[in-house]
Design a protein around this ligand. Structure first.
Ligand SMILES: Nc1ncnc2c1ncn2[C@@H]1O[C@H](COP(=O)(O)OP(=O)(O)OP(=O)(O)O)[C@@H](O)[C@H]1O
Ligand SMILES: [Mg+2]
Length: 281
């Protein structure tokens, strides 16, 4: 900036003082000082980031081993009892083997989920976009989950609008995972004899999908952390239902990998609504 030029804009010619210097010529020491300060701030930020990554890694490992411990200890218990003579006891031998098998299934489920999450977080999971009928997919998922819903006496209903085809552009397999998790949650955390309604509306190029239940609901303090991996509102109840708290973290990653959004509204004792968007074609 030339000071003389600037002053001519605001002062009469005869009042302009002699200004034979440029304002942006800061002396080299001040310049150096500024540079050093800038570098220091950047280093500080980097350090904070590394600290966060480290504490996240520790927490993650802690969570993983904690989740795996229960089924592994269960298996150990059943196998030990069988070795200690239970094998010859027809009242327990098959039963204990079946229970051990269930625990193994649980471990496999946890590992599968962890693998999916890692792939989604490192970006190594490539979505396979295709054009398909979302209505047909919803009907299909409902049919698959019908047995689980019946066991809890929960009625799942699709809006009439799903009778007609609704074409979307998305990764069919991953969106199926989203639907399965949201609907399974609505059954698991629903009331005995409860209801889950699935509906959609159209807005510009988006399909806005809503999964609404009249279950136990989630109190406001839990909502901000709900999509974090391993986060469960009622750990006891979730584990009893075979939950790890990875489902919603996976769901959110999948939707965000589609450049779309998901949100939740809930009130305790009344029910929960999950809303996500998809690209319509
Ligand atoms: N529809 C719902 N109604 C009430 N609470 C819910 C509902 N959906 C999720 N939650 C709460 O949010 C938590 C996280 O859900 P999420 O699907 O991530 O895990 P999960 O169902 O416990 O286990 P996973 O899906 O990994 O088998 C659940 O443990 C439950 O406490
Ligand atoms: Mg779940």
């Amino acid at each position: 900036m030339n000071v003389h030029n600037e002053l001519t804009k605001i002062l009469p010619q005869n009042e302009i003082p002699d200004t034979n210097f440029e304002l942006d010529e800061i002396d080299p020491i001040t310049k150096l000082d500024l540079e050093v300060k800038k570098i220091a701030i950047e280093r500080q930020k980097e350090l904070e980031h590394l600290k966060n990554v480290d504490s996240y890694r520790k927490e993650y490992l802690g969570n993983v081993s904690h989740e795996l411990k229960t089924p592994v200890f269960n298996i150990q218990g059943y196998v030990s009892t069988l070795i200690d003579g239970g094998l010859n006891d027809p009242t327990i031998n098959l039963d204990y083997l079946k229970r051990a098998d269930k625990s193994i299934e649980r471990i496999i489920h946890i590992i599968d989920d962890l693998e999916t999450i890692t792939q989604l977080e490192t970006g190594s999971l490539e979505l396979e976009f295709e054009k398909y009928d979302f209505s047909a997919q919803c009907r299909d998922v409902l049919e698959q989950l019908d047995m689980i819903a019946r066991r809890k006496n929960v009625t799942i209903s699709l809006s009439k609008k799903f009778d007609k085809p609704l074409m979307v552009q998305a990764d069919k397999f991953r969106i199926r995972q989203v639907l399965v998790n949201l609907i399974t949650n609505s059954i698991k955390y629903g009331k005995e004899g409860g209801k889950t309604d699935i509906n959609f509306s159209l807005y510009n190029d988006d399909v806005i999908v809503e999964v609404k239940d009249n279950g136990i609901g989630i109190s406001a303090e839990h909502l901000p952390r709900l999509f974090e991996r391993f986060y469960r509102v009622d750990k006891g109840r979730s584990r009893e239902q075979g939950g790890t708290g990875l489902g919603l973290a996976i769901v959110k990653h999948i939707i965000e990998a589609h450049q779309k959004t998901i949100s939740v509204k809930s009130s305790q004792g009344e029910g929960t609504i999950f809303t996500f968007t998809l690209n319509r074609v």
